[in-house]
Design a protein around this ligand. Structure first.
Ligand SMILES: [Cu+2]
Length: 549
């Protein structure tokens, strides 16, 4: 693949790593915001995009307070197997035949794991270097949180001080989770101003001074300077806010930027390779945005892209800056669009079509450099759920069909996908129309084909603290006859509502047993990353966390 940005510098620069400590005194509350002045054109744009934002997901009619949907009947049971014998399986004959020939080394495999099954909606996840993931669960006004310990496979209920449901979040550079906004109420949906940080060691939330505005469905992205850009969401009155705010983890404070920006709910915003520059992926009115100055440079509209529940991932090494958006509803599309953000004239072009039309589709950067997609459907109903999953190994495609979701499972509204430290992918949550009886609470775990290809390599030694441009010796081991030519890097999972806006992947060649980190914090914003030894058969180790500063 063409590498445009030669950021690898083999300079034996051992930077002294400085551990960041959580900030000291909190700033005083910023008080109430002035009424937001949204331009008429922006209001039209927002209204259009938010119309697409799944009115079906509202189980209760905001106007009447009455249930909007009646529960769907149970899935039909086909009642026979391939031989015609009676069975209670949900699989069709052709599905069973496909399953019989499915080779995990070719298509991977799914398991349904117990730890969190039976709990409420796991709508938000943030994973940390402690090996613990924070799940914010529930639905509006019925909420809690769990810490899921991925090592011991146990869960702990966490005292949850506010309704964080449908807020925004990310793992901070110092290893805490930031959770902003949430649900203030519905009819119309309104967002809270609350700001919390979650400490994974003490497993407690700490309340910080409020944001200037309430936010329901905000986006949070860590920028190249290590601060978090907070955009969009419905405010305390249910209006889409154009106020842009920034969280500084060193001072635990929020500040409001002077320029405003109208963006739809959960806008797909990404730190580009240029410090201070954000790319808003659209699909309506995409472009490059400087939040500090308000400057915006539009790019072409992606072809066939849909604005609801679409997936978005950088394909391959983030230094190639190939951002892909895929799917979305309604009606759902299988189309993908790719834009090279580093090109002289950045423009969306058509990418390889997915194997199925899907809204609420998610994608994950796997540690071998491929992109895995799962979840979604052609509509937000169980009968329209898609069980297909696929792997993309080249930007030119095609998507290769992987093992479908287990029989009877569905992943629609509120579903999410994330990569565990063990190299497996978790898929949780589904809130199709039909209310509580239609929800799925299963905890599905996908083992990619690389986990069925012999003994995995291992990282035997590595530093915990690393610096920009620094070169570090990494000890690895590999199966007999195999070598480890590279170390790959993935971000800390922070997934919700078919997105993980901070997700990225890099591949660092091992030269003389050492790797060199990029020099630019726009490529790797400061914080915690997972490194993986990947052998010459593209089989990854389990991850080890490193802290970049
Ligand atoms: Cu939601």
């Amino acid at each position: 693949m063409h590498r445009k940005t030669a950021v690898l510098m083999f300079v034996p620069l051992w930077l002294a790593a400085v551990a960041m400590s959580p900030g000291a005194a909190a700033a005083p509350s910023s008080g109430d915001a002035a009424p937001s002045a949204v331009h008429h054109h922006d209001q039209q744009l927002i209204a259009q995009q938010n119309r697409e934002l799944d009115p079906q997901a509202l189980d209760t009619d905001p106007e009447t307070g009455q249930p909007r949907f009646t529960p769907l009947p149970a899935l039909p049971h086909h009642g026979h197997d391939r031989t015609g014998a009676a069975t209670a399986s949900d699989m069709t004959t052709s599905e069973m035949a496909a399953a019989a020939v499915a080779d995990p080394a070719q298509v991977g495999s799914w398991t349904n794991e117990a730890p969190l099954t039976g709990d409420q909606n796991m709508v938000h996840v943030v994973c940390s270097p402690t090996g613990k993931c924070l799940f914010v669960v529930g639905k509006a006004k019925k909420y809690s949180s769990y810490v899921y310990n991925t090592t011991t496979k146990t869960k702990t209920l966490v005292k949850t001080p506010d309704d964080l449901f449908c807020g925004g979040h990310v793992l901070l550079p110092d290893g805490r989770a930031l959770v902003v906004g949430g649900t203030l109420g519905q009819g119309p949906w309104r967002g809270t101003k609350t700001v919390y940080v979650f400490n994974f060691v003490t497993e407690t939330y700490q309340k910080l001074p409020d944001m200037a505005v309430g936010r329901w469905y905000p986006s949070v992205v860590t920028m190249s300077d290590g601060r978090q850009l907070i955009t969009a969401g419905y405010d305390v009155n249910g209006a889409n806010t154009n106020v842009v705010e920034v969280f500084d983890p060193k001072t635990n404070s929020i500040s409001r930027l002077t320029p405003t920006k109208s963006l739809p709910l959960y806008p797909r915003t990404f730190q580009t390779s240029k410090p201070g520059e954000i790319f808003y992926a659209g699909p309506s009115a995409p472009g490059f945005w400087n939040p500090a100055t308000g400057a915006f440079k539009a790019v072409n509209k992606p072809v066939g892209a849909k604005g609801t529940g679409f997936g978005s991932c950088f394909f391959g090494d983030v230094r190639d800056q190939n951002l892909m958006i895929m799917g979305g509803g309604w009606p759902a599309t299988a189309s993908t669009n790719v834009i090279d953000l580093d090109s002289a004239a950045p423009a969306y072009r058509t990418g390889p079509a997915m194997t199925a039309a899907k809204g609420y589709v998610s994608c994950v950067n796997l540690p071998d450099g491929t992109v895995f997609e799962a979840n979604g459907g052609s509509d937000n109903t169980i009968s329209a759920a898609s069980s297909t999953t696929a792997l993309l190994t080249s930007l030119t495609g095609p998507w290769q069909a992987m093992s479908p979701l287990p029989s009877g499972e569905h992943r629609l509204y509120h579903s999410l996908l994330f990569l565990q430290d063990d190299g497996r992918v978790v898929s949780v949550t589904s809130n199709p129309t039909g209310g509580a009886t239609a929800q799925s609470k299963s905890f599905l775990v996908y083992s990619p084909p690389y986990l069925s290809k012999g003994t995995r390599p291992a990282i035997t030694s590595a530093p915990t603290e690393v610096g920009y441009g620094g070169t570090y010796a990494i000890g690895t081991s590999a199966a007999a006859g195999r070598a480890v030519p590279r170390i790959t890097v993935t971000t800390a999972p922070s997934a919700t509502h078919s997105t993980d806006l901070n997700q990225r992947y890099l591949s660092l060649p091992l030269a003389g047993g050492a790797i060199t980190f990029p020099t630019s914090p726009a490529i790797m914003p400061p914080g915690w990353y997972r490194i993986w030894a990947v052998d010459d058969a593209n089989v990854p180790s389990v991850a080890k966390w490193v802290h970049l500063s």
